[in-house]
Design a protein around this ligand. Sequence first.
Ligand SMILES: *[C@@H]1O[C@H](CO)[C@@H](O)[C@H](O)[C@H]1NC(C)=O
Length: 197
Amino acid sequence: MHFCHTLPLATVCVWLALLGDAGCFPTHTNTAKRHNPLITRLAKLQAQIHHLQEKIGDTTEYSDDPVQVAFSVSMEKSHIVSTGSHLPFDRVLTNIGGHYNANNNEFVAPVTGTYVFTVNAVCGTYSYMHIALYQNETPAFRTLCDNRTGSSQQQSGGITPLRLTKGDKISVRMVYPLATSSEAYGSGMTSFSGFLL
Ligand SMILES: *[C@@H]1O[C@H](CO)[C@@H](O)[C@H](O)[C@H]1NC(C)=O
């Protein structure tokens, strides 16, 4: 109702203003005030739509196209490992999706996403080693086990979420001491697991 501006008769405008037509004096504040309930309502509707879209997205992701990826492997026997090589896990407890390869002791990400990995280790006979969880050729975290005294009763380990790109390779390697070998203890005490969040 902004036609007042075009009317030559100011008196008509005043008269309309008295009747409550704020369009005669259309300041921004006035307009905002008049539209406030609508803007509030619109914002609420937008939030509701957003909420519903998220719900639909979730439902689609989990019920129509479920991607389950999880593995858990451990050492039943103790194994001698040399610096730079992968820890060999001889027992596969879980391998949902089959993306852990027991032949080369590597997990390969089947899809891009966020994964969680754990490593636990106990050192065998007078052994000592630093162990790293690798994403391709980059170490993500390290842990160490130490039985140099021959009386270790300790386990060490670590856990981390990692953002992986499809095809990324995850492995557990002995990284220290350099150019030697050490024993990783079995009985399920040295282990490696991971899953897609
Ligand atoms: C640590 O080394 C000693 C000596 O060889 C061995 O008897 C013991 O079993 C080792 N500890 C573990 C947890 O393997």
